[in-house]
Design a binder for this molecule. Sequence first.
Ligand code: 13P
Length: 253
Amino acid sequence: MKKLIIANWKCNPASLKEAQNMLVGLKAGLKNNKAELVVCPPFVYLTEANKILKGIGGVVKIGAQNCFWETAGAYTGEISPLMLKDLGVKYVILGHSERVTTIGETNEMTAKKVKAVLNTGLTPIVCIGETLQEREQAEAFGVIEKELKESTKGIHKKEIEKIIFAYEPLWAISTNQGLICSSDDALTMALYLKKLIGEIYGRKTGQAIKILYGGNINKKNAKNYLENEAISGLLVGGASLNIKEFLSIVKSV
Ligand code: 13P
């Protein structure tokens, strides 16, 4: 199975020109790539991303960083999964901890978004992770379980198989505490998520589900996380903004 490397640009860069340069740089630097790649720029650059990356035969897919749970209507400021699909988007990151901590999104909101994204035929990437305090108080496993169950509430077996999960401990995100989550700790949580999914949807489903790791990935440590089969890929934040660094991460696959 090919490893999946996803670039989450977050709220960057500040101009279309910079985004174009990043996309052109990425396109030019991809040679003998062995990974499945997804780039998630801000909404306003999605069209441009699709235009620039289409030329390389779908090697890089386009993802969004969020969306709304309705397809259209009186929801000022929201972007629907149907609109994203129309732009050529294939993946949508949902429940990222920055949306939880900065915007106040809840697991219930994530669950509605997951359902809507699946109904539109796009692939949700659902982020799950505990805070430093929760880890220090030995609550990490409980928090992860609650988050998983609440953000996939009402999801059937056929649907769960289409979801990709990303274990992203908040304390390891470069712009939070930026601590290093060891590859062993990342693996433990990936296996724990698989076990929980297995208990609900059957062991085979748990084994097959894709779990990514995200948090402080760089070109030096990327390989460590990818060594184990239970980690299907990486969700890269800060390092994905430096195209040279991101290409090195891709090369380490
Ligand atoms: P960093 O790679 O900057 O730690 O961010 C991780 C992340 O939040 C990806 O979604």
